[in-house]
Design a protein. Structure first.
Length: 318
């Protein structure tokens, strides 16, 4: 139904109210900048010479023998479990019986990014797994406040090859370490292998404080096979910006301005208050002696880093 009337002042007031509501709604639903700068996937793996050998970081044989598997888990083909997000999860990580979960909780202050993570351990090969998130609302009411779906970023952890910690200086052995968070609409799970799902939520600064509830759904071949209850407690305050600069050592990623800027913005969004402006001196000339060409290269690279840090707009200026 559309109601219209004449009366300039009243029309202007109503129009302004609607405009303000639209601006507030749009600002809440906008994709957080920390998500916009993320790439979808890392580079392809390179082939290794035959003399390099793989070793595992964990001994999974004993863990598998003590694992209690239910008939429901056998039918689904996987076990859902969780570890602390700071714990490393490897390809051959096996859950302990007390790590199985069907719900998880998190809390965050206004304006904060907060990670949530869970894992799938394959009891058989499962194809085309997808992770979906329903509405996360303040209470069970269709008109209640909700955390916008665009304020959640769902990714899968990808491992990369690194020189094994067990290797002697002359040994050519490697292991797999968690490194990339990749945007995967669907992924497969192999028997006896683990995949870690990484969800990041950004709490808007203007959202109401309180407990928000929702569900994370696991689908295989487009069919729901599991769901996990989700609770996020939004605290009624925003963390203050420190009056000193916090930075990351060796935090510069990439050689071009766009990659560097995205890296610095990601750091700023996650609480790093000052950008690193140090740069290593590189000897680029063929004779490996410091020359004018090297100084020119160093000066150019330093300027690029300084200019990019300024564009990232860190709270504490370098």
């Amino acid at each position: 139904m559309i109601i219209s009337w004449k009366g300039g002042a009243m029309c202007k007031i109503v129009f302004l109210i609607l405009l303000v509501l639209k601006v507030v709604t749009d600002s809440v639903a906008e994709v957080p900048e920390g998500f916009k700068v993320l790439a979808d996937e890392g580079p392809d793996y390179i082939s290794l010479p035959a003399e390099w050998k793989e070793v595992y970081n964990e001994d999974d044989k004993k863990a598998v023998s003590s694992l209690n598997v239910t008939n429901e888990e056998k039918e689904k083909g996987y076990i859902i479990f969780a570890k602390h997000y700071l714990d490393k999860v490897y390809e051959n990580t096996v859950p302990s019986n007390n790590e199985k979960v069907n719900k998880f909780k998190a809390f965050a202050s206004l304006g904060e990014y907060e990670p949530l993570t869970f894992c799938l351990y394959g009891l058989k090969k499962v194809k085309n797994i997808s992770i979906e998130l329903g509405e996360v609302k303040l209470k069970d009411d269709k008109d209640a406040d909700a955390i916008p779906v665009d304020h959640f970023d769902i990714r899968v952890v990808r491992l990369v090859r690194v020189r094994s910690r067990k290797a002697e200086a002359s040994q050519k052995i490697y292991s797999w370490e968690p490194f990339f968070l990749e945007k995967k609409l669907k992924f497969d799970l192999e028997t006896g292998r683990t995949k870690q799902v990484w969800i990041t939520v950004k709490i808007h600064e203007n959202i109401k404080a309180g407990n928000y509830f929702g569900k994370v759904v696991v689908k295989t071949e487009g069919r729901e096979t599991s769901s996990l209850d989700l609770q996020i407690k939004v605290l009624p305050f925003k963390l203050a910006t420190p009056n000193i600069g916090f930075t990351l050592s060796k935090a510069i990623v990439g050689k071009d301005e766009e990659t560097m800027l995205n890296c610095f913005i990601d750091q700023r969004e996650h609480g790093i208050s000052g950008g690193e402006t140090s740069v290593d001196v590189e000897i680029k000339s063929r004779d490996q002696k410091l020359s004018d060409d090297d100084i020119t290269h160093f000066t150019k690279k330093s300027k690029l880093i300084m200019d990019t840090v300024k564009k990232a707009n860190f709270p504490i200026k370098s």
